[in-house]
Design a protein around this ligand. Structure first.
Ligand code: IMP
Ligand code: MG
Length: 178
């Protein structure tokens, strides 16, 4: 088992690069078949989803566009409790099929915020794709259409996800060793 260190913490490999690649193929195949004939905008949520969004999008062979928005927090690095604003909207999403591309759905707070915003902007249909999902931490009643991997409720890094800004470039997913 591969182990790595980032700053003060140790992590163990949880999902290999090859497993990620295989799952990407499956998810994209499913999307290509589900979304054929629609006017689709893939909406990547920065920063974490940049790799997943790129890897999925290059496997998409239907008519589609891609755009990115970013959640700007007003304070700190913790995802809990802070008010966040979604910035960077430059795509008209009214009456479009939107595929939200997330790196991870944890509590679902972020996702809920995005789904609400898409309703305000009158998307005709919203699909959710996330590379990772922590079912044990999820508190919302939102259905996820494309899930890469369900994982335990433990902190992870790699494949876009960071610990204090580092680890996003790791090609596989690592879990914290407590
Ligand atoms: P949620 O709002 O609780 O679902 O969490 C959303 C955001 O917190 C994600 O988009 C990530 O940026 C971050 N996050 C949640 N869990 C992890 C983790 O295990 N590692 C790194 N970032 C995480
Ligand atoms: Mg994120």
């Amino acid at each position: 088992m591969k182990e790595i260190r980032i700053l003060d913490k140790k992590f163990r490999e949880l999902i290999t690069e090859k497993a990620i690649r295989n799952r990407l193929d499956e998810l994209a195949r499913q999307m290509n078949s589900d979304l054929a004939g629609k006017d689709v905008v893939f909406l990547g949520i920065l920063n974490g989803a940049f790799l997943f969004a790129a890897d999925i999008f290059r496997r998409i062979d239907i008519k589609a566009r891609i755009s990115f928005v970013k959640l700007a927090s007003y304070e700190g690095t913790s995802s809990s409790g802070t008010i966040k604003e979604l910035i960077g909207w430059n795509e008209d999403i009214k009456n479009k099929t939107i595929v939200v591309i997330e790196d991870i759905v944890d509590t679902g707070n972020t996702l809920e915020r995005i789904v609400d915003e898409l309703a305000i902007r009158k998307a005709s249909e919203v699909k959710i794709a996330t590379m990772l999902f922590k079912p044990a931490a999820f508190t919302k009643d939102i259905s996820l259409d494309y899930v890469g991997f369900e994982i335990p409720d433990n902190f992870v890094v790699g494949y876009g996800l960071d610990y204090d800004g580092y680890g996003r470039n790791l090609p596989s997913v690592y879990t914290l060793i407590k």
